[in-house]
Design a protein around this ligand. Structure first.
Ligand code: FAD
Length: 454
């Protein structure tokens, strides 16, 4: 007989673990089984510790301006130990004509930034007069049409910092649905923002959040008490008379409710029989190159920098890790994490560790005074690719919504559905849990307009 549970979650990454957490918090005795293909939980979230250095294979932090992640942190007690780097006091840099220039943190700072010419600044206001184009556009087309072409390197930096992506391929409707809604409703982004600005908390900048043991501390906390079967890849899911059958290599499980909490392409594979409009979407992989230096390295104060493609740099950017979260290097040392690869340069991930380290160091030392070579180096090559929400993605999201409505008991969240960031994952997991607990609609909420996108 197949083993039966009330709820089966496929995937013990942040999404699956968050869904289990929100369900258990409301109904502690729910019978939930999580099936995970790997021998460890966490998926893309994985921290690295060696010789007093703490670096990340995957995400480095998430902003504390999301209701679902704030709830999760306070329910687990993680809010008491969270490390915060407020955007208000830390600056970010963009590589501009071969040097690091502070990125404007607020829209008003755009007026004084050296990153735009006087004409370029004036052109930003052109948004007020541009009629919204309804058709799907890539992020670059959309931004140039609304704000003028000079904005593109800044857009490039933002897209590199979030998606490791290419702004000429990503769909604006998929990447910023909230801003797009505002534009369509008010006739322009600026008009819409001005209307919205009156709300409470407007203008407040959030903080980047991590934990003393790195991002993985979130995962280890969420696995406490969870019923997870590791080394159990799910191969197929089918529906038999209101019950879902979930097949792994060795066994069949049954549940009336199943949550697929997987990266989008894994879900598309499992649901291929339901003819999705796309069989798969592109992904972008990154390598993190952790570099420890003595404190003679003059790393500017702030989060780090991003390099638009037209700067022709080797690294997409670097995080100034010990400024952001102190204590991530031994006493007297500092840590930077360079990021390489992404949607545009997958070939760079084929380079040997030695070559990656030498080319990153060469690149960084042209931007930052680094009088001595690194005293610690490590290349972290994660397996996860960042899903690229490119043209055609909105149709895929509609397909997912209609499938969930048609197939009772099927719920879908995970990397690439409803966004790609950790906040997006925790928010979607909470929505799935709420839908299951209240058996309500399952319709997506109105997309939000965020004060900060990366
Ligand atoms: C390099 C990198 C940097 C990032 N940086 C940031 C950042 O700084 N800030 C931020 O907010 N976000 C960042 N992200 C995104 C963040 O990591 C993701 O939003 C989040 O980890 C996705 O969690 P998930 O559980 O949906 O997917 P995953 O982490 O991919 O977890 C899915 C799980 O499902 C398992 N699985 C897959 N197939 C099967 C199967 N058939 N059967 C059973 N189990 C299966 C996998 O083994 C995995 O454990 C980054 C991502 C990457 C890759």
């Amino acid at each position: 007989m197949p083993e039966t549970h009330e709820i089966i979650i496929v995937g013990a990454g942040l999404s699956g673990l968050s869904a289990a957490h929100f369900l258990h918090t409301s109904v502690p005795d729910l019978d939930i089984l999580i099936l995970e293909q790997d021998t460890r939980p966490g998926g893309a979230v994985r921290s690295f510790q060696e010789q007093g250095y703490l670096a990340e294979w995957g995400p480095h932090g998430f902003l504390d301006n999301n209701e679902a992640s704030r709830a999760l942190l306070s329910q687990t007690g993680l809010d008491r130990i969270a490390q915060k780097a407020p955007l208000g006091s830390f600056v970010r840099y963009v590589c501009h004509e071969g040097r690091l220039v502070q990125l404007p943190q607020k829209p008003t700072a755009l007026l004084t930034t050296p990153l735009l010419s006087p004409l370029g600044k004036l052109r930003l206001l052109g948004d007020l007069f541009q009629k919204p184009r309804i058709e799907e556009q890539n992020v670059g087309q959309w931004a140039a049409y609304r704000f003028g072409p000079e904005i593109l390197p800044l857009v490039d930096a933002a897209i590199t910092g979030t998606f490791a992506g290419d702004y000429e391929r990503l769909s604006i409707d998929a990447v910023m649905p909230g801003v797009r809604g505002l534009e369509k409703e008010a006739g322009s982004v600026l008009k819409g923002l001005l209307k919205k600005k009156k709300g409470a908390g407007a203008g407040m900048l959030p903080a980047m959040t991590s934990f003393p043991l790195g991002m993985e501390q979130l995962i280890t906390t969420l696995t406490n008490g969870a019923n997870i079967l590791y080394h159990n890849p799910v191969r197929a899911i089918t529906r038999e008379n209101e019950t879902w059958e979930i097949q792994t290599e060795s066994k069949t499980y049954r549940a009336t409710t199943v949550i697929l909490a997987l990266p989008i392409n894994r879900t598309l594979e499992l649901l291929a029989g339901h003819t999705p409009p796309l069989a798969a979407i592109p992904t972008a992989r990154i390598a993190t190159v952790a570099l420890g230096f003595t404190d003679k390295a003059q790393i500017p104060f702030g989060f780090g920098y991003l390099a638009p493609e037209r700067e022709n740099r080797f690294a997409m950017g670097a995080l100034f890790s010990t400024h952001m979260f102190p204590g991530r290097a031994p006493q007297g040392s500092v840590l930077m994490e360079g990021l390489v690869g992404g949607r545009r340069h997958p070939e760079r991930l084929e380079l040997s560790d030695e070559e990656l380290i030498s080319r990153i160091y060469d690149d960084l030392s042209k931007l930052i005074p680094l009088p001595e070579p690194p005293c610690f180096t490590r290349v972290l090559r994660g397996n996860s690719g960042i899903p690229q929400l490119e043209m055609g993605y909105p149709a895929l999201l509609n397909w997912k919504d209609s499938l969930e409505q048609r197939l009772n008991g099927l719920h879908i969240c995970g990397f690439g559905w409803e966004g790609i960031g950790m906040n997006d994952m925790m928010k979607a997991a909470k929505m799935v849990a709420d839908t299951i607990l209240h058996r309500v609609g399952g319709k997506r909420q109105t997309p939000e307009v965020r004060p900060v996108y990366f």
